[in-house]
Write a protein that binds this ligand. Structure first.
Ligand code: ACM
Length: 547
């Protein structure tokens, strides 16, 4: 059984038909516009099989044909594809390179788990693609993963690997959470202290904030501007858009510790602040001054240069969890409220966000922020990442704003996957593989028009208790496979989804993840070295099963 994940729209496997054998003579017929896809095919399937997959024309008996053919794939959109396999040829058709790219992921799965390795393990292996016809297209145009590289830095090579894993699951948005209280991770040339000071902390709380343990090793790291360009280009080649996030006006203590004038210096001694070494929400937020606006315009100017409009039409400005206590106490903030004729501090936050909405819009980009940006009035044209349940997303969609659904109750992958005592540093709700599989991104009861504003969905990975790549792998997988199917496949309503069938297909998918070297959570629970006995988490008991 081929057990594709995510499940395609339609697949037929004629019984008794000979499959296509991939061998030394197999050539790739890649006309103009498809060469980059042929390169990726060689880099992936070519490396795993050790076969040259040389360029070649039609007419050979062993050909993989890549075709940009919008007429033949009518109705499948720019990401859909048609894959036809018989004994003579593999023919992959799509309206655009993205569709070919997703079709190649399917082809790789059809070859078997070992096609996901980096080099061949058996020189005598005969590689066969079963005879089939597959018609496929995604349900949503926004199928994302947010990775928090601020709480724990993820080295560049691990980010590139993460992009490969997204591509293997047909996910097409990488939301790159680059700044927070605990670290600033992107080089900004005009403000060198953001990384000199803001990119590292001297120690780190080990476990949840109530834990008494500390890791006394300095923690840090950042991406140079060339690293970012490399990541963006690598993602683009895999048809993944990158959404950079610079969090304002909350979650900014790393920036304030680098440049104390960014904080509410009339309320606290901001020169005494350092990059935060613990978890939660700090009261230390940006001051609502012109100086701060100009500073962040400078940051965003460099950011727009690093993340081109073609692949990063959206820029995320955070906007979540901004405590208003300092603004309430600050004479400067209160004077600003009076001067602008605002009702309160919520409106001051809204003013902050609107400023950058106008600024980004004038530069051809679209602002997206966490659902708190709805408070005090949402800027026109802005889009919302709905994380506090469905409510923010519903309100935004009904008001005509585009929405990405990522409710914490369902798709926060930092939350534990099982209620048992062995989960490492257990956080939040129990959200099992089945819970994620039954997640429905479009809130029930939305009008058709409002539902049209749901761009799609993303899973979010906050890394407070994920100190390294292996911990991230454990939290993300296997649940990202279920999430990918939710985002891509035309599944029935939650209750009618065939989770047993999905689990059966997962048996094959675990072998793919093994071949890819993913440290997933095994179905039977964590392996001994995946446990973290004695490290305090923050389980939330009795939470409703689906938010
Ligand atoms: C968030 O989880 N604070 C967006």
């Amino acid at each position: 059984m081929v057990n594709l994940i995510p499940a395609p729209l339609r697949a037929e496997y004629p019984t008794g038909a000979a499959g296509f054998v991939l061998d030394q003579d197999t050539v790739v017929d890649a006309p103009a516009g498809t060469e980059a896809i042929a390169c990726l095919l060689r880099a992936g399937v070519g490396a795993a099989t050790g076969l040259p997959l040389a360029p070649g024309g039609d007419g050979s008996g062993h050909v993989i044909r890549l075709r940009l053919d919008p007429g033949a794939v009518d109705g499948l959109g720019s990401e859909g594809y048609l894959l036809a396999v018989d004994a003579d040829a593999v023919t992959l058709r799509a309206a655009a390179p993205a569709g070919l790219h997703w079709g190649i992921q399917t082809l790789r799965q059809l070859l078997g788990p070992d096609a996901h390795r980096s080099a061949p393990v058996d020189p005598d292996r005969i590689w066969t693609v079963p005879s089939c016809t597959i018609e496929d297209r995604p349900r949503f145009g926004w199928r994302g993963l947010m990775l928090d590289v601020a709480r724990h830095f993820m080295p560049k090579t691990d980010v590139l690997r993460q992009l490969d894993l997204l591509a293997a699951h047909k996910l097409n948005v990488f939301h790159f959470h680059l700044t927070d209280d605990q670290g600033w991770r992107v080089e900004i040339k005009r403000y060198p202290r953001l990384t000199e000071v803001g990119s590292w902390r001297s120690r780190t709380k080990y476990g949840h904030r109530a834990s008494e343990l500390w890791d006394e090793t300095p923690h840090g790291g950042y991406y140079t501007q060339d690293d970012i360009r490399e990541i963006v280009a690598y993602a683009a080649a895999r048809h993944i858009r990158v959404v950079p996030e610079i969090d304002i006006p909350g979650h900014s203590q790393a920036a304030i510790s680098a440049y104390p004038e960014l904080g509410n210096a009339d309320v606290v001694d901001t020169t005494a602040l350092s990059v935060w070494d613990s978890w939660g929400v700090t009261p230390n937020v940006l001051a609502p001054t012109d100086r701060v606006l100009r500073f962040y315009e400078g940051v965003f100017e460099e950011l727009l240069g690093l993340f081109p409009a073609a692949t990063s039409p959206f820029v995320h400005i955070g906007g979540d969890e901004c405590p208003k206590d300092q603004w309430k106490q600050s004479p400067t903030a209160q004077a600003r409220i009076r001067e602008l004729g605002l009702a309160d501090e919520d409106e001051l936050q809204s003013w902050f966000i609107r400023h950058f909405d106008g600024w980004l819009t004038a530069r051809g980009r679209r602002l997206i922020g966490w659902d708190e940006i709805l408070e005090g009035g949402l800027a026109e044209g802005a889009a919302v990442s709905s994380w506090r349940g469905y409510a923010g997303g519903i309100a935004a969609a009904e008001a005509g704003h585009d929405v990405v659904m990522c409710p914490e109750q369902q798709v926060y992958l930092d939350h534990r996957q099982d209620g048992g005592p062995d989960e490492p540093m257990p956080i939040g709700y129990v959200r099992s593989l089945e819970d994620v599989y039954r997640f429905e991104p479009v809130p029930p009861g939305l009008t058709e028009e409002a539902a049209g504003h749901v761009l799609g969905t993303q899973a979010n990975v906050w890394t407070e208790v994920m100190q390294n790549r292996a911990r991230v792998d454990y939290q993300v997988f296997p649940r990202l496979a279920a999430f990918a199917e939710v985002a891509w496949s035309a599944l029935p309503a939650s209750a009618d989804r065939d989770f047993a069938g999905f689990e059966q297909r997962m048996a094959t998918h675990y072998a793919r993840l093994d071949a890819l070297g993913v440290d997933y959570r095994p179905p039977g629970g964590p392996l001994p070295w995946q446990r973290r006995p004695g490290i305090l988490g923050r389980p939330i008991e009795g939470a409703p099963p689906h938010g």
